[in-house]
Design a protein around this ligand. Structure first.
Ligand SMILES: Nc1ncnc2c1ncn2[C@@H]1O[C@H](COP(=O)(O)OP(=O)(O)OP(=O)(O)O)[C@@H](O)[C@H]1O
Length: 236
């Protein structure tokens, strides 16, 4: 369970998050949606302890991420890139992360299979396509078998097959009971994947709830967003 309560983040003179509050629940995929620059990445960075808020709390299972004894077993995150050094193979990267977090080496083969990279385990990360890099990042996030997954723009840049694979993976993760929180500026792509939606615009949450509730009487999620924010011509 993810609980974000009144998070405010100021950068220089700009308030980039204004008392952001929402929850993401187990067994559900929650889409954190909004245009470029709305504050999605900043919120996820606060949640992972990479950015310090000026106010409010962002908790995973009741504690800040960094306050958990073994964070990788509580939440797995996929932010920019796979995190692997270009010259390392997928397998050696995962072994290194496992060893440095006290996780069993046997888990490396399991996560490679889970993301469909078993046959590419010996290949250097620098030679991976974007889709493969994304899968390696996911494999890393899954090493600790965490009940919570936090993903920043997981489908951005993927081809249709990659998007379909990611969609199925995220749905299966929620069906297995995980809490899945993902950000995206691609509302159309996500409408088929998410159960719950949180829409953020210029640092403020403008809508939150079950997908059907947020779409309401509008034809699409994007129409609902435009109606709620009154913005036209936003850069998606
Ligand atoms: N390192 C930084 N220094 C100063 N301002 C920043 C920094 N990173 C982000 N911002 C500003 O904070 C605001 C929120 O940015 P953020 O990256 O969280 O948005 P986002 O919703 O993730 O956007 P995108 O979809 O483009 O990734 C933006 O106005 C951005 O310009």
């Amino acid at each position: 369970m993810i609980t974000i309560d009144g998070v405010t983040r100021v950068r220089g003179r700009t308030r980039v998050l204004h008392e952001v509050s929402f929850t993401a629940r187990p067994g559900r995929v929650t889409g954190f949606l909004g245009p470029n620059g709305a504050g999605k990445t900043t919120t996820l960075r606060v949640l992972l302890g990479l950015d310090r808020p000026q106010g409010g709390t962002a908790l995973i299972d009741g504690r800040r991420y960094a306050d958990h004894d073994r964070p990788l077993t509580v939440a797995g995150a996929l932010l920019d890139g796979s995190g692997a050094h270009r010259s390392r193979s997928a397998r050696s990267h995962l072994r290194w992360v496992a060893a440095s977090n006290g996780l069993p080496r046997s888990r490396v083969g399991e996560v490679l299979d889970l993301v469909g990279l078993g046959a590419e385990a010996g290949k250097r990360a620098g030679r991976f396509s974007l889709g493969m890099s994304r899968r390696l990042g996911l494999a890393t996030a899954l090493l600790g078998d965490p009940p919570v997954l936090i993903l920043d723009e997981p489908v951005n840049g993927l081809d249709p097959a990659g998007i379909r694979w990611m969609r199925t993976f995220l749905r299966d993760s929620a069906a297995a009971g995980r809490t899945v929180l993902l950000s995206s500026h691609l509302m159309g792509e996500l409408a088929e994947t998410v159960d719950d939606v949180v829409i953020i615009d210029r640092g403020r949450v403008v809508a939150a709830g079950e997908l059907a509730e947020v779409v309401g009487g509008h034809a699409t999620l994007e129409d609902a967003f435009l109606a709620k924010t009154g913005s036209e011509g936003v850069s998606w």
